[in-house]
Design a protein around this ligand. Structure first.
Ligand code: 5AD
Ligand code: SF4
Length: 371
């Protein structure tokens, strides 16, 4: 699909037209990654974060939040639960922390997860920017996938939504280091950021292609009351008098509109599937925060991965990246039964006990064999 056609789809609002696009994307997913939807049980092991991204609810600078860090035993208990629920993989996610002690802590947890499952549990890390040496150590310990969203591929927009000491260039270097080390590498963006244009979004898809990315995780941007981007007029429009209800022209997405965000999230999922074909793509939880059936709709628009939250319930309210994050009070088991039903309702089959690796990683981008 040409850039012009993608731009057109990002403006399309006719439900029948959109339905046609989503059906094509689902058929493309079935052809290149199969009918199955694979699970990655998500363990949010700590909300401690040394960064201060302007959009994020657990940013280090948010004082309205009690910080927690799970113990290795708690993390391993969670991982064992995931294994017993027949989830093929887990994702360890946390705010960003660095340093030797932390590197060792994660290394040992990864080894522990491998040991408790005879090496059968797939391990994805989502622990932010680290040195290449740390990435290598975690890889040797048994982690084989890494998620690091670029957040937006537009360097100037990146700078606007992050404090001055966050660097687009360094983040990109991290992504490239992960690939070099041998991780299945995932990235993604937030959709509908203040100041983000339709063209930026299409360029994000070309960025995934250029960087030869194996896995995509992207979802709508959802404001969080404790994050400055939710009061974006302060940040992007220093002149007084610009209100969120009255966005200046040229700042599309300036006014938060949940329905628009959902549509854009689904269209981006479909366009990315149709363009990249054999990557793994997650049906984002942020879609679910906007629409009760958001993740199912993500699958029907071309996604093939689900990340059920298996973090202990007592910690969930403290890991609110954005407002309205779902499943704050549901325990892991209830969640998994519901999910099985929801996935089957889309016509897809849950892929239990399988890693469900990205065919893009296994075969490369030019080998588009059918699943
Ligand atoms: N809305 C949507 N996604 C968010 N993230 C952080 N804050 C928000 C928000 N307000 C996403 C970022 C990050 C991932 C872990 O969560 O893309 O990479
Ligand atoms: Fe920290 Fe990640 Fe939130 Fe940024 S997005 S503040 S790195 S948890």
């Amino acid at each position: 699909m040409k850039k012009k056609e993608m731009l057109h789809w990002l403006d399309e609002k006719d439900p029948d037209q959109l339905d046609g696009l989503f059906k094509k994307a689902r058929a493309c997913a079935i052809e290149h990654v199969g009918t199955k939807v694979y699970f990655r049980g998500l363990i949010e092991l700590s909300n401690v974060c040394s960064k201060n991204c302007y959009y994020c609810g657990i940013r280090g600078g948010n004082p309205n939040l009690a910080r927690y860090s799970m113990t290795p035993e708690e993390i391993l208990t969670c991982a064992r639960q995931a294994f017993e629920m027949n989830y093929g993989s887990v994702v360890l996610q946390a705010g960003e922390r660095r340093g030797e002690d932390y590197a060792v802590f994660i290394e040992e947890v990864v080894r522990g997860m491998k040991a408790l499952s005879d090496g059968r549990l797939g391990i994805t890390l989502s622990l932010g920017e680290q040195t290449s040496e740390t990435y290598e150590r975690w890889f040797k310990a048994g982690a084989h996938r890494y998620l690091l969203r670029i957040e937006t591929s537009h360097p100037e927009l990146y700078q606007k939504i992050h404090p001055g000491n966050h660097s687009f260039g360094e983040r990109l270097d991290c992504l490239r280091a992960l690939k070099r080390i041998g991780y299945q590498t995932g990235t993604g963006v937030m959709i509908g950021l203040p100041g983000q244009t339709r063209e930026d979004l299409v360029n994000d898809i070309f960025f995934f292609e250029r960087e030869d990315i194996d896995m995509i995780g992207m979802g709508p941007y959802i404001p969080h009351a404790d994050a400055p981007l939710a009061r974006q007029s302060d940040l992007l429009m220093p002149e007084a008098g610009v209100s969120m209800e009255n966005p200046p022209s040229g700042l599309s997405g300036f006014r938060y509109d949940a329905e628009d965000q959902l549509r854009l999230g689904l269209v981006m999922t479909a366009l990315t599937r149709l363009h990249l074909k054999n990557v793994n793509m997650v049906a984002a939880t942020a879609l679910q925060a906007i629409d009760d059936e958001g993740r199912e709709r993500g699958i029907l628009a071309g996604a093939n991965i689900i990340m059920p939250n298996i973090t202990p319930v007592k910690y969930r309210a403290k890991y609110q990246l954005y407002a309205g994050k779902p499943y704050l009070d549901e325990d892991a088991c209830q969640c998994s039964h519901g999910l099985d039903r929801r996935i089957r309702a889309t016509g897809a089959e849950p892929g239990y006990n399988e890693w469900g690796d990205s065919p893009h990683f296994r075969f490369g981008k030019n080998d588009l064999r059918s699943a």
